[in-house]
Ligand binder design. Structure first.
Ligand SMILES: O=C(O)C1=C[C@@H](OP(=O)(O)O)[C@@H](O)[C@H](O)C1
Ligand SMILES: C=C(OP(=O)(O)O)C(=O)O
Length: 425
């Protein structure tokens, strides 16, 4: 059983943006409670290679930048490791700067689709070439002299939206992005903190070129995508009662809360407040009898990264749960439909696979096979989801857990602190 309270890992999406925007602003920014997972370190290293001074202190980043006009061309290839957010947002930024850059990533990132940002950035005037007809990393970018565009994105993707808007800060005129469903809106919330005007209406967002950013002092909230593993863990482990403190509850990210409540989870938000423009709360959650749920449509972008963890909850819910409209899961660090189902198969869970999702037949009395071997498949969210089964069957092994350092260094220790009824923050 899990008992006690924890502070959760800081938000990866917000930390990326804080590093990027602070590096574009001339002067010194202080970022309190940043995530220093591998993905965010890739973002730091990119700007360090371009002449930004970044000091890492305990729970703080001090970013001292000469401003975007003074950034230098990196003298070597920029390696963004496993990070899709770094890659797509940096493609936008590098397109706007009069520099030549070559970017690459690890074997997972080099399989992820980049044309969704490269095509509109080319339309703005960026000269970008990339492997496989412009679809895959490595890519070479020669930026500068952009014109604003009106882009209608086919995917509800905050990375696409942010890449185009960030390029738009350096373009002539207005840049507008329309998305089919609202995706996470951290870029739109944070840019005004840096002095940049952002116009928003429904699923439309616009910025004007020629923006200047000024440095900020800001605090990053906890990551609801990391909290998701603890929410599901408490729901499925008998006797659990847990408080997860300081979690970002931006409404574009809270699909996991809505869906768990719909499944019957005993889950309450306490101490709701706003920190640096982002809603934050403590979340209390207890072991709960769960029932099946159907997830589709505009809910998907609000919980896209939490679907592997939700699949664990579905395996213990009464009835058949479904996920539809989730084809974006196929192009994450791994094909998360395939990797989620491969681990469920190893546990004898009944499921069906669809092109854009899956169905899982749950069983609240489920007995997990002793000694089953699961795999992260090199994907942090798949590894952490698989690890949750060990709470109910400790003989289960999960291979390749080192990848959790991408978004949640110390994940297993934090979970264990609740198992031994410790309070760790
Ligand atoms: O903008 C961001 O910080 C992110 C956007 C989402 O990706 P997409 O934009 O590809 O949906 C999400 O899956 C990723 O973990 C972080
Ligand atoms: C998809 C993710 O991140 P990214 O796209 O930045 O690699 C994630 O963290 O689940």
């Amino acid at each position: 059983m899990l008992n006690g309270s924890v502070d959760i890992a800081p938000d990866k999406s917000i930390t990326h943006r804080a590093i990027m925007f602070s590096s574009l602003a001339r002067g010194t920014s202080h970022i309190v409670n940043p995530l220093l997972g591998e993905d965010n370190i890739s973002t730091c290293q990119a700007f360090e290679a371009m002449g930004v001074e970044i000091t890492r202190e305990e729970r703080k980043l001090i970013i001292n930048s000469p401003g975007f006009e003074q950034l230098q061309e990196a003298s070597d290839v920029l390696d963004f490791g496993n990070s899709g957010t770094t890659t797509r947002l940096m493609l936008g930024i590098l397109s706007g700067l009069p520099l030549f850059s070559i970017i690459t990533g690890d074997r997972y990132l080099r399989q992820r689709p980049m044309l969704r940002v490269i095509e509109p950035l080319r339309r703005m005037g960026a000269r970008i070439d990339a492997r496989s007809g412009g679809k895959l990393l490595p890519a070479a970018v020669r930026g500068g002299a952009l014109n604003g565009i009106d882009h209608r994105s086919q995917v509800a993707s905050a990375q696409v939206k942010s890449a185009i808007l960030l390029a738009g800060l350096f373009a002539n005129g207005t840049t507008t992005v329309q998305e089919p469903e609202l995706s996470r809106d951290h870029t739109e919330r944070m840019l005004p903190f840096y002095g940049v005007k952002v116009q928003r209406e429904d699923r439309w967002t616009s910025v004007q070129g020629g923006a200047q950013l000024h440095p900020v002092d800001m605090t990053v909230p906890g990551d609801i995508s990391s909290a998701a593993f603890f929410l599901v863990a408490a729901c499925v482990t008998p006797g659990s009662a847990v408080t997860i403190c300081n979690v970002g509850v931006n409404p574009t990210r809270t699909g996991i809360i809505d869906v768990l409540q719909q499944m019957g989870a005993k889950l309450e938000l306490r101490n709701q407040r706003t920190v640096c423009g982002e809603p934050v709360a403590d979340i209390e959650v207890c072991h709960s009898s769960l029932s099946a749920v159907d997830i589709y449509g505009s809910t998907i972008p609000r919980l896209i990264d939490e679907i592997p963890a939700l699949a664990v909850a579905m395996a213990f819910a009464e009835g058949k749960s479904t996920v539809k409209d989730g084809s974006e899961l196929r192009v994450k660090e791994t094909d998360r439909i395939a990797t989620t189902l491969a681990n469920l198969k190893a546990l004898g869970v009944e499921y069906s696979e669809y092109e854009d999702g899956f169905a899982i037949t749950g069983d609240p009395e489920r007995k997990l096979p002793a000694g089953a071997v699961l795999d992260s498949y090199g994907d942090h969210r798949i590894g952490m989801s698989a690890w949750l089964f060990r709470l109910l069957q400790p003989t289960i092994e999960v291979e390749g857990m080192e990848c959790v350092a991408v978004s949640f260094p110390g994940f297993q220790q934090k979970l264990q602190s609740l198992q031994s009824n410790g309070a760790l923050s």
